[in-house]
Design a protein around this ligand. Sequence first.
Ligand code: ATR
Length: 286
Amino acid sequence: MTLTGKARLAGLVGWPVAHSRSPLIHNFWLQRYGIDGAYVPLAVDPTDLDTALRALPSLGFRGVNLTVPHKTAALECADEVSGIARAVGAANTLTVDENRRLIATNTDVFGLAESLRLSGLTEAPISTATILGAGGAARAAVAALAELGISTVRIANRTRARAEAIAGDLGAAFQGLRLEVVDWAARSEALCGAELLVNTTSLGMTGAPPLEIDLRPLPPTACVADIVYSTLETPLLAAARARGLVGVDGLGMLVHQARPGFQAWFGRDPLVTDELMLRLKSDLGV
Ligand code: ATR
């Protein structure tokens, strides 16, 4: 599609950016809806982040997504930070408002919550979930589970201090959410009575060591989510499905996190269709 002088502009700021599938997702939607707009990858060195983001309003950008390593630094560059981005300590979406101010938010939280909702997870109320890992993805996962109304979240991480930091930070942000830190060695026991397991560690990805965990303590109605998308049928999800549990891969989170940004910049909530999912899978080679 030809871009006119009125084209709406958005993009992805990362360092590097070449690996990202966000341009594929947004440009698929732009084409599908015949919108005069473009979503471009922008490789920005961390030392230039503030300068680059400050220039967005002058360049006519409506906003950008942020990826590694900018998600935390972007909070400092923004004029306003949403409560959810502040709680998670990271922003993946910036919108330029009518006063040319940069508004930062975190839609990874929405992406995971929506992906779990659409898997049918929340049809019955869930009270307890277990999260493995304590990186940025685990923080977004805690916020997503809080948004889904889950009351107790257990966090197991190899480095216990990182799990404790999450419990401190997010426990303060989400009053009423009970966060329990569990030793990494006790991760299988931490599944007792949990209706949901979310793996946010890199274990089980291609090239990483396997995730060793015994799924037997999970109740038969439990759901297991793995947020990686470089491998869709991870050994964890295969083991879960073999036990008859619901498995949720990371592709849903990837695609649904893109929706709020698209809506803000291009004016409509885009549909996640089978065609888009197939295009993504083929591009990822999964
Ligand atoms: P992200 O921000 O994407 O979540 P990260 O901060 O690198 O990424 O986190 C990776 C997670 O995988 C961490 O929880 C890490 O555990 P540590 O906090 O102890 O580093 C976990 N992880 C990576 N390799 C691991 C391994 N071999 N065994 C157990 N956990 C591992």
